[in-house]
Design a protein around this ligand. Structure first.
Ligand SMILES: [Zn+2]
Ligand SMILES: [Zn+2]
Ligand SMILES: [Zn+2]
Length: 338
C-alpha cells in the first residue's frame, strides 16, 4: 500500500481537471539551488518616495489625497482600458484575437506604508473587505465588465513593485482562463450531481481535518488536497454563496479575521514577511445568477523550506505537470503549529 505522505503519486484537482505530481521524498535532497535574499530592513510608517503613501505624487503627476483608511484609484499603467472598442481578428481558425476592454484599479489597504494584512487591526481589515465588496459591485455593474478579479502580489519575490499594503482589481469583458476552468467544473458537477462541488469538498475536509489549517464562524482555511505550491491555502466560505457581495456583516468580519490569521501563520512559518499571490474566485458579473459558483480565495506562496529557498515552477512543470515536494497534509500540519 502506498504511503500518501511519502511515496510519489499524482493528485487530481476537480476544479481545473488538472493533475499535480507529489514527490515528498524529494525534500530530503540537498539544496544547491538559488537562495533568495531575506526581506529588506523594516519599512518606515511613511515613505516620501512611495507612490502609494498619502499626499505623495504618482507617475503622471497625480497627487494622492491625504487618505485615512482605504484608497482606490484607477491604475496609472492599466493593462486594460475602458474605451477599447469591439474588434475581432481570425485567420484559418489558427490566428484569433479579440479586443478586450476593462478597468484596472489599485486599492491601498491603509495609509501606513509598513503594514501588511498580518499586522493590520481587524477593523481596518474589515474596511478593506467592505472596499472589495463596493468595487465588485461598482465594476461588475458595468455592461462591458463580465469578471472582476481582485488579487494581491505580496513581496518582491512575487513581483510586487512596492511594499505599501495594496491590491489590484482587474475587471474585464472576458472571463479569465483559470476562472473559466473552475466555472465549467462547478457547472458540470452541479448538473451531474445536483450539488455544489465546493460545498461537498468542504464537507469532506471538515470531516477528516487532515488538511484544515483553521476555521472561524464564516470561513475555512485549508491546504487543498491538490495543492501545487508548497504552502498553498484555500479560503472557502462556509455558507454557499456565489460572490463576495453576498457576505453578511458577520461573514465580512469573519473574512477579515481569517485573512489576518492566515497571513500571520505564513509570517511565523519561516520568520519572514511571507510572499504570496492571493486572490478571490467568484461568479462572473455577466448578469446571470451562476448558482454553481462558490466564493473562495487562493493563496499561492512560493517559499518551500525556509525564508531563502523557494519553489520554482519550471522545466517539468512548464512542459509536463506541476510537481510538489511536500504532501498537502504535512504542509497543513506545519501551518497549524505556528
Ligand atoms: Zn507607501
Ligand atoms: Zn457551495
Ligand atoms: Zn479558485
Amino acid at each position: 500500500m502506498l504511503d500518501w505522505k511519502q511515496d510519489p503519486h499524482r493528485r487530481y484537482n476537480p476544479l481545473t481537471h488538472e493533475w499535480v505530481l507529489v514527490s515528498p521524498h524529494r525534500t530530503q535532497r540537498p539544496w544547491q539551488g538559488q537562495m533568495e535574499e531575506t526581506a529588506a530592513a523594516a519599512q518606515p510608517e511613511y515613505d516620501p518616495t512611495c507612490y502609494l503613501c498619502p499626499g505623495n505624487s504618482r507617475a503622471g503627476g497625480v497627487r494622492n489625497p491625504p487618505y485615512a483608511s482605504t484608497f482606490v484609484f484607477d491604475n496609472d499603467f492599466a493593462a486594460l482600458k475602458p474605451d477599447t472598442g469591439v474588434d475581432r481578428f481570425e485567420r484559418g481558425g489558427l490566428l484569433l484575437a479579440e479586443a478586450e476592454p476593462g478597468i484596472c484599479r489599485v486599492v491601498c489597504f491603509s495609509p501606513r506604508h509598513n503594514l501588511t494584512m498580518a499586522n493590520m487591526d481587524l477593523d481596518a481589515l474589515r474596511l478593506v473587505v467592505d472596499t472589495w465588496v463596493d468595487q465588485f459591485g461598482d465594476l461588475g455593474a458595468r455592461p462591458f465588465i463580465n469578471y472582476v478579479q481582485i488579487f494581491e502580489n505580496r513581496g518582491a519575490m512575487m513581483g510586487a513593485s512596492n511594499p505599501h499594503p495594496h491590491c489590484q482589481i482587474w475587471s474585464s469583458r472576458s472571463v479569465p482562463n483559470e476562472v473559466t476552468k473552475e466555472q465549467v467544473s462547478q457547472q458540470d458537477w452541479r448538473e451531474d450531481r445536483g450539488a455544489c462541488l465546493l460545498c461537498e469538498y468542504l464537507r469532506l475536509e471538515r470531516a477528516s481535518r487532515e488538511r484544515l489549517v483553521e476555521e472561524n464562524e464564516s470561513f475555512v482555511a485549508l491546504v487543498p488536497f491538490w495543492a501545487v505550491w508548497p504552502f498553498e491555502i484555500m479560503l472557502i466560505a462556509k455558507r454557499h454563496m456565489t460572490g463576495i457581495d453576498r457576505l453578511n456583516p458577520t461573514e465580512r468580519s469573519g473574512l477579515a479575521g481569517i485573512l489576518k490569521s492566515v497571513t500571520g501563520r505564513y509570517d511565523r512559518l519561516f520568520k519572514v514577511s511571507f510572499p504570496y499571490s492571493f486572490g478571490f474566485h467568484q461568479r462572473p458579473t455577466d448578469g446571470l445568477t451562476h448558482d454553481e459558483w462558490h466564493l473562495h480565495a487562493h493563496f499561492f506562496p512560493p517559499l518551500l523550506r525556509s525564508a531563502t529557498v523557494r519553489k520554482f515552477l519550471v522545466g517539468y512543470e512548464m512542459l509536463a505537470t506541476p510537481q510538489r515536494d511536500i504532501a498537502a497534509e504535512t504542509a497543513a500540519e506545519r501551518l497549524r503549529q505556528v
